[in-house]
Design a protein around this ligand. Structure first.
Ligand SMILES: *[C@@H]1O[C@H](CO)[C@@H](O)[C@H](O)[C@H]1NC(C)=O
Ligand SMILES: *[C@@H]1O[C@H](CO)[C@@H](O)[C@H](O)[C@H]1NC(C)=O
Ligand SMILES: *[C@@H]1O[C@H](CO)[C@@H](O)[C@H](O)[C@H]1NC(C)=O
Ligand SMILES: *[C@@H]1O[C@H](CO)[C@@H](O)[C@H](O)[C@H]1NC(C)=O
Ligand SMILES: *[C@@H]1O[C@H](CO)[C@@H](O)[C@H](O)[C@H]1NC(C)=O
Ligand SMILES: *[C@@H]1O[C@H](CO)[C@@H](O)[C@H](O)[C@H]1NC(C)=O
Ligand SMILES: *[C@@H]1O[C@H](CO)[C@@H](O)[C@H](O)[C@H]1NC(C)=O
Ligand SMILES: *[C@@H]1O[C@H](CO)[C@@H](O)[C@H](O)[C@H]1NC(C)=O
Ligand SMILES: *[C@@H]1O[C@H](CO)[C@@H](O)[C@H](O)[C@H]1NC(C)=O
Ligand SMILES: *[C@@H]1O[C@H](CO)[C@@H](O)[C@H](O)[C@H]1NC(C)=O
Ligand SMILES: *[C@@H]1O[C@H](CO)[C@@H](O)[C@H](O)[C@H]1NC(C)=O
Ligand SMILES: *[C@@H]1O[C@H](CO)[C@@H](O)[C@H](O)[C@H]1NC(C)=O
Length: 599
């Protein structure tokens, strides 16, 4: 519950601060730039640092791959032969696998981290269910909006077991109480005084980080010094945001991103876009001179909390929804009016708006989006926007850059875009396909939404692109995508995206639901799915080492990969209203009586 902030305390904090930069603070500060530094790099390839790191990671993955395959036991497949061939050239042969977690607020964060927990070999039951170990085989992990929490948290937790990490999140604690919000503002003032633009992203980011990042003033550029990352113990995290500028479309008086605007990514080494270039993450906020260097470099703008806020900043919509009783600013892909308005969010919006306007004289449009000095165009600040507002809520883009060479992507979709029950209808993955095709990027072909619904692809996992002909490139440079849309298996997991707290029973129910979805109820709902997932994970690599698919894999692909054909699709008035896959007789109304907080 938030209410009026204690204003005198806040003012005192503001005036007490003519402070000096500290190496352990929130505010950015200046240092002498390294002498030979070139700040902006053209986006022709991944950075050398990333390539070297991926090389190190593959040596870990090859061991995990062996453990996973021996445990999976793909029938007529010669695992020993395959592993021998992979070991002959690890860099080239190891499958490059990524996980993408969609936006969708606290909901996509919790259902998505449940998916990660299921594929972690250290989770009880995960190896038995034959999905445990896929986490250990990830080279990349990407997130946006709410999906950025499960994606950045493992790295900052040194890749401890996902279950332990989630326990550390303390989901039962509300991070946006009056006291905590007041504390966040006190820290923001330092950044303001240092001359940097502050916005709701800074404020919200403090709360997101309090939950998911241990240590409040961590930076992304410090990741390469962390023991887990340094020893290649888990995947390379990437967060993405869309952007707005003065020519962006305007909705209800506020700028909104379009998917053609540059997308920016944060990774441990660099920040930038595949359109405009990259700068070292450590020096984000530095504007280079004509020689692509600078006297003084900005550091500490890459605070983990700010980074989270910068990719999860759908404030413009929250604000418009709150002040208009859902008649304005509803997410193009969520019908807020049908969801119950969350009074917590409304109160938070009111409080934050008040503080920003009273103490900073900022308008709603000024606080809605984070903005930083622009290394790519000194005439305009670089203003980020929540990627889930740009029509592609699953962060595929960084994973389909040809230079990253992904073979297999597991995509967790929980953007809650289907009306009225806020399940998922496939819009986001379809949009990514349309975008990839238009831009010559490698991606599987994806059927339109009405076909996805007709085939139940949004209530049961499915594979795309097993047949290389059914891809945008028509060859094996396109990845296979395993698509997992959040759906009810043992828990009605269509709770509101703005549910900020969960009891441990609720959190467990959600984790278990994701586990059951990923494993098809430990195989009880589908005896070939988990095997097929393994077939898909190694399929592109198999071709590289010159081996044939096993018969079992060929067969399960017939069953679990979209074959490229279209039916009539669902009718215009189709309503997606699934019941619990593992207990179909327990309807939502009855279930809700037992779980009143989960609406
Ligand atoms: C920062 O520290 C330097 C050196 O200690 C000092 O000279 C300067 O006055 C300080 N600046 C502020 C704003 O406190
Ligand atoms: C983090 O930064 C804030 C604001 O700069 C500072 O007040 C606080 O002491 C720092 N926290 C730690 C643990 O260093
Ligand atoms: C960028 O934002 C800063 C901080 O709000 C402001 O001082 C500066 O004038 C802006 N720069 C441009 C080029 O708009
Ligand atoms: C500005 O926004 C427009 C509209 O979204 C986009 O097409 C354009 O690429 C953007 N320009 C820059 C430099 O970001
Ligand atoms: C850029 O480099 C040239 C040639 O070395 C030098 O003359 C010029 O002063 C440099 N510009 C800046 C802004 O440092
Ligand atoms: C807000 O909209 C809902 C649903 O349309 C309606 O039931 C409610 O009365 C409205 N509330 C206000 C304060 O207008
Ligand atoms: C799927 O969801 C999108 C976003 O909410 C919506 O615009 C579209 O109408 C839906 N399509 C179908 C067929 O349900
Ligand atoms: C607040 O900002 C507006 C412009 O947005 C300006 O006209 C007004 O003078 C400012 N008020 C104060 C107290 O600075
Ligand atoms: C932050 O940057 C944006 C974009 O440059 C600008 O519109 C806004 O006024 C800035 N906010 C402040 C407080 O300077
Ligand atoms: C999709 O699921 C519904 C309900 O669970 C079922 O009746 C239908 O047969 C399924 N359709 C396909 C193509 O599997
Ligand atoms: C792809 O399509 C071509 C032309 O239709 C066909 O010759 C080829 O066998 C197909 N490849 C696969 C893997 O199905
Ligand atoms: C599957 O196994 C997991 C882990 O042991 C367990 O939590 C879950 O309830 C099981 N699901 C079914 C349907 O048996």
């Amino acid at each position: 519950m938030v209410s009026k902030i204690a204003l005198p305390v806040f003012l005192a904090a503001a005036t007490a601060l003519a402070s000096n930069s500290s190496t352990d603070s929130y505010a950015p500060y200046y240092v002498d730039c390294p002498e030979d530094i070139q700040l902006v790099r053209q986006p022709r390839s991944t950075s050398l640092a990333e390539s070297e790191w991926v090389h190190g990671r593959k040596a870990q993955i090859v061991e995990a791959l062996g453990r996973y395959l021996w445990n999976l036991d793909l029938g007529d497949f010669d695992t020993a032969e395959y592993m021998d061939r992979v070991l002959a050239n690890i860099d080239y042969n190891v499958p490059v696998i990524g996980w993408a977690n969609s936006g969708g607020g606290w909901r996509s964060a919790t259902t998505g981290v449940g998916g990660l927990q299921a594929i972690d070999e250290r989770t009880a039951g995960a190896r038995e269910a034959k999905v445990g170990g896929l986490f250990q085989m990830l080279t990349y992990i990407a997130g946006l909006s709410g999906g950025s929490w499960p994606v950045s948290s493992p790295t900052f937790h040194d890749y401890e077991p996902i279950g332990d990490m989630v326990a550390d999140w303390q989901l039962d604690v509300d991070r946006f109480t009056e006291d905590t919000v007041e504390g966040y503002f006190e820290v923001l003032v330092e950044k303001y005084e240092a001359g940097f633009n502050i916005s709701v992203a800074d404020m919200m980011g403090r709360g997101f980080a309090a939950q998911t990042i241990p240590g409040v003033n961590r930076t992304w550029s410090s990741i390469p010094e962390m023991p887990g990352f340094k020893s290649f113990s888990g995947p390379f995290p990437i967060l993405i945001a869309s952007s707005i500028n003065r020519s962006s479309p305007v909705e209800d008086g506020l700028y909104v991103p379009s998917w053609e605007a540059p997308w920016y990514e944060w990774n441990p080494f660099e920040f930038g876009s595949w359109k405009l270039g990259f700068v070292p993450t450590k020096y984000v906020g530095t504007v280079p001179n004509e020689n692509n260097t600078a006297e003084q470099c900005v550091v500490n703008l890459d605070q983990a909390s700010f980074v989270l806020g910068s990719v999860a900043s759908a404030w413009n919509y929250w604000y418009l929804e709150a002040v208009s009783n859902d008649t304005l600013g509803t997410f193009s892909k969520r019908n807020g009016a049908i969801q119950k308005r969350d009074s917590n969010v409304d109160e938070l919006v009111e409080l934050v708006d008040e503080v920003f306007s009273e103490f900073f004289n900022y308008t709603v449009s000024q606080i809605s989006n984070p903005s930083i000095p622009n290394a790519f165009n000194p005439d305009e600040n670089l203003t980020l926007a929540d990627g889930s507002e740009a029509g592609q809520s699953i962060p595929f883009l960084p994973l389909i850059q040809p230079d990253r060479k992904l073979d297999f992507i597991m995509a967790w979709d929980d953007d809650a875009d289907d009306e009225p029950y806020t399940w998922n209808n496939g819009t986001n993955i379809y949009d990514s396909y349309v975008f990839a095709k238009a831009h010559g990027l490698p991606f599987p072909e994806i059927p339109p939404v009405r076909e996805m619904l007709a085939r139940n692809y949004t209530i049961k996992p499915v594979l795309f692109g097993c047949d290389t002909n059914l891809t945008t490139t028509r060859d094996a440079t396109s990845p296979i995508v395993a698509y997992f849309a959040n759906a009810p298996y043992s828990w009605y997991s269509n709770f509101s995206w703005s549910t900020t707290t969960l009891s441990s029973a609720e959190a467990n129910g959600i984790m278990q639901n994701s586990f059951n979805l990923l494993t098809q109820g430990n195989g009880t709902l589908d005896s070939t799915w988990t095997e097929c997932l393994g077939c898909a994970a190694i399929d592109r690599s198999l071709a590289r080492v010159g081996m044939q698919r096993s018969q079992a894999c060929e067969q399960c692909f017939q069953e679990h990969c979209w074959d490229g054909t279209l039916t009539a699709g669902v009718s215009e008035d189709f309503v997606l209203d699934p019941s619990l896959a593992l207990d179909p007789s327990l309807g939502y109304a009855e279930w809700t009586e037992e779980h009143p907080d989960m609406e």
